[in-house]
Write a new protein. Structure first.
Length: 244
């Protein structure tokens, strides 16, 4: 399911978006939150980490651009829905998937949503494949990583940690140079074995089998001496998963 947040200060607009999504996309999209202010919008995105956001531009306490610029979480597709068309260029520069002006027609809305669904499905399916080899039953799946210059095959057991930087994820392994893939970290979190890999930070996933200790500065120390940060929000969850 595609986790979706609706951010608009007008109730009737939120209600219309929700009704259209529930009527036509109930098997693809799950609405996890709605908000009517910039502050509430930032909180919803940060806490829920949605895949898709419907975003108004003008709010009582700021703009939709304020929401995007103040969110640390960036792994989200955005469809702007606004009564003003003079922000279109800025929306495009902000990386918006689409831009719809109010009052919008259902057809225009459906085109934008279909575009989002196709893009998110493509992101989840391309660039990452599993080769179920003889090692599978030893819990050593192999992942194929497509980069701009080469294709790499990596055993899960050889992955130390993954680090995100916007739309890119870098894999650090035991025997290769860092491998950078043009995919969101969130996608790999869904694919990697959850009994081994822990999302310990907004920007990091760590292989708990390579963790040696946790220090008081908030870092996991790997067996090879590398440090991986643990966020305050994920500290209890991560330490319980790794050391219990």
């Amino acid at each position: 399911m595609i986790k979706t947040v609706i951010l608009d200060d007008e109730f009737h607009v939120r209600d219309e978006i929700r009704s259209l999504l529930e009527e036509k996309y109930m098997h693809n999209i799950s609405i996890v939150a709605e908000a009517k202010t910039v502050e509430e919008g930032i909180l919803a995105i940060e806490q829920l980490e949605p895949d898709l956001v419907f975003l108004d531009i003008n709010f009582p306490d700021g703009t939709g651009f304020d929401i995007l610029s103040n969110c640390l979480y960036k792994e989200v597709e955005v469809i702007f829905i606004t009564a003003y068309n003079n922000h279109a260029i800025r929306a495009i520069k902000a990386g918006a998937l689409d831009y719809i002006t109010k009052p919008f027609e259902n057809r225009e809305f459906y085109i934008a949503v279909n575009k989002a669904i196709q893009k998110l499905k493509k992101q989840r399916s391309q660039g990452v494949n599993f080769d179920v080899s003889n090692d599978y039953y030893n819990h050593n799946k192999r992942i194929v990583l497509n980069t701009a210059k080469a294709i790499f095959t990596v055993n899960e057991s050889d992955i130390l940690y993954c680090e995100s930087d916007g739309n890119y994820t870098t894999f650090y392994t035991t025997n290769l140079e860092p491998i950078t893939v043009s995919k969101y970290l969130k996608m790999f979190e869904e694919i990697l074995s959850e009994n081994i890999f822990i999302r310990c930070h907004r920007s990091f996933i760590v292989n708990k089998e390579h963790v040696q200790k946790y220090n008081k500065r908030g870092n996991l120390i790997l067996k090879n001496g590398l440090n991986v940060p643990v966020s305050k929000e994920r500290k209890e969850y991560s330490l319980n998963r790794i050391f219990s």
